[in-house]
Write a protein that binds this ligand. Sequence first.
Ligand code: FE2
Length: 204
Amino acid sequence: MSQHNLKEKINTLCNEIQSTLVPIELLTVEESKGIIKRFVAATEGNFQCWLATALIASRSSDVRSTVEKNLQVEIQENHSSMLRKFAVNAHAEPDAVDFRVVSQAVEQVRWLVAECSGLKCIALIAMLESVSFIYPYLSSLARKAGSDDLTYTNIHEIEDPDHAEQFSKALSDEMTFGYNNPEQDIDEVISVLSDLYRSIFRCH
Ligand SMILES: [Fe+2]
């Protein structure tokens, strides 16, 4: 698959997610908090594990070194705690209901990651890093909920486009390492991530 086709697939996913974002002015404060709660429930305990699996599963040594650098930053800057602080200050810590709402979509991602396919894991991370437009949206939700602690969203808004570029290159590299159906694998990742973001951003 060409770099152009890959970019088109990523753009399609981005457009689909963007279409599910309800304009801030149409949301109540409770609905705004609800989206943050579901985002935290879906990602806080999972992202570093998914990144670590990408490190274990990648066949390309160049790709592994890209993943390793990113994982190091994630851990050393303690992004999990940064996200928790973002939620606490927006009075939007997830509860059992929030975890339940996203659980089916999160399970799908977990089973995908459990296959330990380097290609699927790198595609997953590449796509997660490509949706940096969600961070200004999350910032606006937090402001609506009365918070001015935007450290988590500001950092990801700035860093993720660069990470997205790195992982897009990594994905093209990993694809050349003998996978049978790379295009099909990437489509599966896109489908799983569409469900995940729909479960987070759609107001129920
Ligand atoms: Fe992060």
